[in-house]
Ligand binder design. Sequence first.
Ligand SMILES: [Zn+2]
Length: 99
Amino acid sequence: MSRQTRNLLPFFLGIPMAAWVAWDLRGYGLPADSVLAVGLMAWACFSRAADLLISARTQTVHRCPDSRCSFSVRLSGVDAAESRRWQEVAHAHPHHRGV
Ligand SMILES: [Zn+2]
């Protein structure tokens, strides 16, 4: 999957889901602007959810080795050298919160 396809896919996946939600509201006699607002909200939610799911498949996460510290770095689209550099950053990051 190309980077452009990966960036546009969540945008287009949200459209039919938002249309489905807006279509379900047609029987309730709501004003058109309310249906539009709900449809746009549904589009934003479904698009964001699709983006998170797609990103989860392609991301690399480097965490602080201390289990008490919540520091992490999420990367996508980087080469091995860049990933290794961020792994070292995660292992020796400033503001370590281990207690
Ligand atoms: Zn840490």
